[in-house]
Design a binder for this molecule. Sequence first.
Ligand code: FES
Ligand code: FES
Length: 197
Amino acid sequence: MKVTLKVNGRLRTADVEPRKTLLDTLREDFLLTGSHAGCEHGVCGACTVLIDGEPSRACLMFAVQADGYEITTIEGLAPAPGELSVVQDAFCETHGLQCGYCTPGMILSAHALLEHNDAPTREDIVEAISGNICRCTGYGQIVEAVEFAAERLRKTNAPRNVTGGSDDEPSIDPAAEAGAREGGVLEAAATRQGGRQ
Ligand code: FES
Ligand code: FES
């Protein structure tokens, strides 16, 4: 059946089986491969996306259930092609990642926290990322990254809200994007064209 989902501020259409997960639809139909498949039963958080700004498991949701919600993937956080969001940059600077498999979900969870609270305590951060499992870093540098990002956001008052967009933005047929494996870059470019941060 046909679904039209609002992903990173843009309407996207796909023809999917009703049983197809949001995660598989994002990855296979929209080529947004930043959301990772780990356990695929709601434990690891590698598939985390933001649904109306709240971290959610894309592996536990059917694509058809996501109709009508604002979905943000890691590809939607970059302010422009080749640039990183404040949180992404903080993860790089503090070495908050190794293999990177958990990192998109971790960053989206951190981003959601900092949207509401730019002065989180260490406990707030630990709680916010508690649904995201990392097998590499031991979490110390991840917590440090979120603290560093919060500090920068407080100092710079940088714009953080990347979700949104208007309903009159063009609908995108995934077939037209077949082969666009650099989906993250396209996503960032589209975000810029849409006039959002
Ligand atoms: S892949 Fe969704 S929680 Fe692990
Ligand atoms: S960086 Fe490898 S799982 Fe987190």
